[in-house]
Write a protein that binds this ligand. Structure first.
Ligand code: HEC
Length: 96
């Protein structure tokens, strides 16, 4: 975890938003997607490193993206603001 945050800091992403994204991910996403975003048993695929995560999350939010289990994702992000989605998507994209 510290190592990942350090890597993000080195790449110039604000340490604050990176930390917020990591925190959000741990609290709201890791139970289904795994602490490293590589858990595929629930979502059917790993999300670690997905550069399109923000587009997908925004799509879940406004109903333009998703497959047969999209209601699960819509419920999972229902309490998150656009800024929260940006922070967590940046974190997802940074996962290796
Ligand atoms: C209760 C379990 C659950 C939680 C919590 C959850 N997800 Fe998901 N996620 C899923 C499922 C199931 C899918 C597949 C949905 C579908 O059929 O479109 C999915 C799909 C996704 C996808 C799209 C994968 C793709 O390429 O189509 C992304 C990105 C994603 N989740 C990110 C997140 C993020 C970020 C969070 C935390 C804010 C989160 N998820 C929380 C279960 C969950």
């Amino acid at each position: 975890m510290m190592k990942k945050l350090l890597i993000l800091a080195v790449f110039g992403i604000s340490a604050l938003s990176a930390a917020d994204g990591a925190k959000l991910f741990g609290a709201k996403c890791a139970e289904c997607h795994g602490a490293d975003g590589k858990e595929a048993s629930i979502a059917g695929k790993a999300i670690a490193g997905d550069a399109a995560a923000l587009t997908k999350l925004t799509g879940y939010k406004n109903g333009t993206y998703g497959a047969e289990q999209k209601a699960t994702m819509q419920a999972s992000i229902s309490g998150l603001s656009d800024d929260d989605l940006k922070a967590v998507a940046t974190y997802v994209g940074s996962l290796k």
